[in-house]
Write a protein that binds this ligand. Structure first.
Ligand code: TRP
Length: 335
């Protein structure tokens, strides 16, 4: 690999991604892959912490692989692979479990939220989720992890675990840092703009799916909740709906908030919403078509993942070998 910093991130193949996932994660990954050695995983093992229909998980994994590629992840430049294809992830998480405490895990906000939302299935994996995530990151001697606000606590824990292991057994892991991108807008729900846009929202009008066609996108923006004031001004406190639409508009067009406000001054919400819908659709429509095209060729997607896993495995086993040795496991003699 070239002499650049290692940047690792992962997305769970647990459903069709939203515009928020694209603007907050995938789009940035694509931009970052030139400046860093990018390692991008499909966190398929993580999805099992909540109930999955096996056939749907399989399909979602191909969907996400195709989406990564359609968004511009270049498997020649970056490593793109499925977590379950590199068994070192599960193996390292076992070792890390032995230096992580239940109290640390039960404190995690996401564990508490998910326990509330999946009361019938509070399993050990749900609690252990951040340890597997720490293994993902630490296996690659990662320096930077682009994370959204909801994953910051998990990254903090990964850092704590790395430092703890290094203190106990000697320098082994690089301690990763969060990579906070300047341009990441926080994309909110279209129907309840004080909540994050989420693909698991029961109200389909609340989010834009990366699978929505142009008509659907325009229809959803038309229905987006706003206020009765009819002026396009950025004011998250008093005008959360309009401010969210402005953030989205700026994120997809590259315009500044000021430019956007000027463009729509004196115009009504109807014109503005239509413009947002068109701007969003012009960005996601080509991605959707490309992704659907790629999905027709699962052999190709399997090949991409296979090559990615081979590259990832080489790096991962180098770290895992060191870890096994440091903790005192006898190396297996290869005959
Ligand atoms: N937990 C992350 C999410 O749901 C996905 C993830 C798994 C991840 N392993 C990771 C993100 C390692 C960054 C680094 O968003």
């Amino acid at each position: 690999m070239e002499d650049k910093k290692i940047l690792f991130s992962a997305v769970q193949p647990s459903g069709i991604l939203t515009l928020g996932n694209y603007l907050g994660a995938l789009r940035n990954f694509t931009a970052l892959q030139n400046d860093f050695n990018g390692i991008f995983a499909l966190a398929d093992l993580h999805t099992l912490t909540v109930k999955q229909e096996p056939a749907v998980l399989r399909q979602n994994t191909y969907e996400l692989t195709a989406l990564y590629l359609a968004c511009g992840i270049d498997p020649e430049k970056s490593i793109l692979f499925a977590q379950s294809h590199v068994s070192a992830h599960a193996e390292l998480s076992w070792i890390l479990n032995t230096i992580t405490y239940p109290g640390e895990l039960s404190r995690m906000t996401q564990f508490k939220d998910k326990s509330r939302n999946h009361e019938d299935n509070i399993n050990m994996g749900l609690m252990d989720y951040p340890v597997l995530m720490a293994a993902d990151i630490l296996l690659y001697q990662t320096e930077l992890v682009p994370v959204g606000a909801d994953q910051k606590q998990h990254l903090e824990l990964a850092r704590d675990i790395a430092i703890r292991f290094n203190n106990r057994y000697g320098e082994t892991f690089k301690v990763p840092e969060a990579y906070i991108s300047k341009s990441t807008a926080r994309i909110m729900s279209l129907s309840e703009p004080d909540r994050k846009m989420s693909k698991s929202d029961a109200n389909l009008n609340a989010f834009i799916s990366m699978n929505d066609d142009k008509d659907t996108v325009i229809k959803k923006f038309k229905r987006a909740v706003t206020d009765s004031d009819n002026s396009v001004v950025f004011d998250p406190e008093n005008k959360p709906g309009i401010s969210n639409l402005l953030s989205i508009y700026c994120a997809v067009t590259g315009k500044t908030v000021k430019e956007a406000e000027n463009e729509f001054s004196g115009k009504g919400y109807g014109d503005f919403k239509l413009a947002v819908g068109e701007a969003v659709s012009s960005v996601i429509e080509p991605i959707r078509l490309k992704k659907n095209d790629l999905l027709k060729n699962k052999d190709y997607l399997d090949d991409v993942l296979s090559i990615g896993a081979s590259k990832a495995e080489r790096l991962a086993y180098r770290t895992l070998g060191k870890v096994y040795k440091k903790v005192g496991l006898v190396p297996r003699k290869r005959v």
